[in-house]
Design a protein around this ligand. Structure first.
Ligand SMILES: CC(C)(COP(=O)(O)OP(=O)(O)OC[C@H]1O[C@@H](n2cnc3c(N)ncnc32)[C@H](O)[C@@H]1OP(=O)(O)O)[C@@H](O)C(=O)NCCC(=O)NCCS
Length: 181
């Protein structure tokens, strides 16, 4: 069972208090605003079109159920009562049930102050405790900030899909990175 040991708090590099905790149903509006802010800034994520309230509600319902079943570790970052970061490790199935797929994003205006690093540390620590052996993630080859964060956390390059992503009118390589726990 994957059970994240949150909540916990830390002070960000700019002095703001950050709470790391599990997502809850009341986060729906914040999470909708969060994902759509990423879409609007054309961040290096797969989603290209705005998410509707219905889609987000369905996604959150599935996510909370998966967390309750211990199949997903979900951690959000909250600043001043608002969700400004979202991250997860989802356990794969069958003969890959020792492998977790990791995803993370921090809202514009809250980046570069250590939230991504703390979310990563939390996810890695809880994945290890849950008995996962390997973490995998995909990152756009152009996303130097994310690649730097993942390398600092110990992730190694595991492969490249040339032109795996088409974004803003350009093909970009998609990189896979892995961490053995
Ligand atoms: C990638 C992302 C999650 C990093 O989160 P963050 O909170 O900004 O990261 P942190 O402040 O904890 O910084 C972690 C490391 O990232 C790198 N980094 C952060 N900001 C950087 C910048 N402006 N330039 C270069 N590297 C930077 C540094 O290596 C930093 O480590 P350091 O503090 O030791 O210097 C965030 O930028 C983000 O959400 N981007 C948009 C969505 C996205 O790209 N998600 C990842 C998809 S694979």
């Amino acid at each position: 069972m994957l059970k994240a040991k949150v909540p916990r708090e830390f002070v960000a590099k700019d002095g703001r208090k950050v709470v790391l905790r599990k997502p809850r149903w009341e986060d729906l509006d914040d999470l909708l605003d969060f994902i759509n802010s990423l879409v609007e800034e054309s961040a290096d994520i797969m989603r290209e079109t705005p998410v509707t309230t219905k889609e987000e509600a369905e996604w959150l319902e599935r996510r909370l159920a998966s967390i309750a079943k211990g199949e997903t570790i979900g951690v959000v970052a909250e600043v001043d009562g608002k969700v400004v970061g979202n991250s997860e490790v989802g356990r794969r199935g069958g003969s890959m049930s020792h492998v977790g797929g990791l995803g993370i994003a921090v809202k514009k205006g809250y980046r570069g102050i250590g939230i991504g690093k703390e979310l990563m540390k939390t996810l890695i620590g809880e994945s290890r405790k849950a008995g996962l052996k390997v973490l995998v993630l995909d990152v756009f080859g152009s996303n130097t900030v994310a690649k730097s964060l993942y390398s600092k956390m110990g992730f190694k390059d595991a492969g490249r899909i040339p032109r795996g992503v088409f974004k803003k009118g350009k093909y970009i390589d998609l990189l896979r990175m892995t961490l053995e726990l």
